[in-house]
Design a binder for this molecule. Structure first.
Ligand code: UGA
Length: 436
């Protein structure tokens, strides 16, 4: 099928390349000329495992192309909208500027029978508002939320655990659902659940999934706070409750909490939308989820201060990680960088390292010192702070080897990813989050 993808960021670029890799003819469209130039050469403009391969494969095969010219969308059977919906400046609600601009640009190029499939995360009610404008062109609007995780985006797009389509009532909706099933044929053929709903349900599936995940993380971080005053160990607690299949161990990783371009802004936008709908109290707990999450960053700063006997001023701290999570170079609302910046504010000498995110981190926080080499970052450090659990730090860092590099022997494990016993056995003072 011929497809267009409007917006070539984390979501759109991966979607375009993934759709080409399953056999479609795809044009990716974005207003950012630099991004389009890189993508056209088959170069991924950000780090995402597996993207580079399917991008160059798509370009070489001729099935995948990129342009800044919106008229290239003409002739595609399905137009995916994958632009960003960031948090508003000075507010909690979602900023729909890019969604509105994408629709305004696309509408004149639609033809009778086209499908427009929104993938961006939008406040519930957005699709119903946009639908009449799309219908006036003879096309049909559906909402087809995306559940990909950064770091696993290619796999999640090609082989998702479910597909959701919010469609209008009647024959147009049925036809649109049938066409979307064709688009996702490999996943549909292997029996991936394909859930057809109304618009509001599809929009809510997306935000409620992220709200649930954020709540699960803040739940375990709240337990970490209780563990901290009782001497309990939150990682053992998570293992024990996680064996209950109704609870499950995933997303019970206590530490410095969640960040990134999705969970934080999505729970805030959800709370803001619920407020507008007169149902603020229904999701009031999300404000608490947010507050618990932000407190973990304070706690990490407190632990480092404690580890350095109350004085961080003038101390050299090696910060391992800048990305909001491993396998990503994304530093949007990164807890790792936030903690580093706060320690810098207290007068510490901060040296940050990360396998992928240094360039992005430097752009946002040029006041920090960055080094690419982990061992160079560790050299002469008074304390070590692990904030992004890359394998390079979690699995491949030998305490004896680190001892030969650093000045101090204190390590703060902001992700509870290290083997505490091994570090203690090597003479280190180990601090975890919610662990004795
Ligand atoms: C999240 C959702 O997981 C995706 O399903 C969704 O599609 C995406 O948002 C989106 O809306 O686009 P992502 O932002 O890539 O995906 O990251 P997650 O893997 O959810 O991690 C979010 C944050 O939670 C990270 O900072 C991570 O370190 C933290 N986290 C995760 C924890 O602190 N503890 C855990 O146990 C798990």
């Amino acid at each position: 099928m011929r497809l267009s993808v409007i917006g070539c960021g984390y979501l759109g670029a991966v979607h375009a390349a993934a759709m080409a890799s399953i056999g479609h003819e795809v044009v990716g469209i974005d207003v950012d000329a630099g991004k389009i130039e890189a993508l056209s050469k088959g170069e991924a403009p950000f780090f995402e495992p597996g993207l580079q391969e399917i991008l160059s494969e798509g370009i070489t095969s001729g099935r995948l192309s990129f342009t800044t010219d919106i008229s290239a969308a003409e002739g595609a059977a399905v137009h995916f909208i994958g632009v960003g919906t960031p948090q508003q400046h000075g507010g909690y609600a979602a900023d729909l500027t890019f969604v509105n601009a994408a629709f305004a640009a696309l509408l004149p190029h639609l033809s009778e029978g086209d499908i427009v499939a929104g993938k961006s995360t939008v406040p519930v009610g957005t699709t119903a508002e946009l639908a009449p404008r799309v219908a006036a062109t003879g096309a049909t609007l559906v909402w087809n939320p995306e559940f990909l995780r950064e770091g696993w985006a290619v796999q999640d797009t090609i082989d998702p655990d479910r597909l959701v389509a919010g469609v209008p009532e009647g024959a147009d909706g049925e036809r649109a659902a049938r066409i979307l099933r064709e688009v996702y044929h490999p996943a549909v053929a292997k029996g991936t659940p394909f859930i057809v709903t109304d618009y509001a349900t599809a929009e809510l599936v997306k935000v409620s999934a992220n709200a649930f995940l954020a709540t699960k993380i803040s739940f375990i971080n709240a337990m970490a706070e209780i563990a901290e005053v009782t001497g309990a160990d939150v990682t053992q607690l998570a293992d024990a409750i996680g064996h209950d299949v109704r609870i499950g161990r995933r997303f019970l990783g206590a530490g410095i909490g969640f960040g990134g371009g999705c969970l934080p802004k999505d729970i805030r936008a959800f709370a803001a939308r619920a407020e507008e709908l007169g149902r603020g109290e229904s999701v009031n707990f999300l404000r608490e989820v947010d507050a618990i999450n932000m407190r973990r960053r304070d706690r990490a700063v407190e632990l480092v201060t404690e580890a350095l006997d109350g004085r961080v001023h003038g101390k050299k701290i090696a910060v391992l990680g800048a990305a909001f999570k491993p396998h990503s170079d994304d530093v949007r609302d990164s807890p790792a960088l936030d903690v580093a910046v706060r320690l810098k504010g207290l007068g510490a000498e901060i040296v940050v390292t990360d396998p992928q995110a240094i360039d992005n981190a430097r752009r946002v926080h040029p006041q920090l010192t960055y080094v690419a080499d982990r061992d160079e970052a560790l050299r002469d450090a008074d304390a070590v702070l692990l904030v992004t659990e890359w394998d390079e730090y979690r699995r491949e860092m030998d305490p004896e080897h680190v001892s030969a590099l650093t000045h101090g022997r204190v390590i703060v494990d902001g992700r509870n990813g290290l083997d505490a016993a091994a570090w203690r056995a090597a003479g280190w003072t180990y601090y975890g989050m919610g662990r004795p």
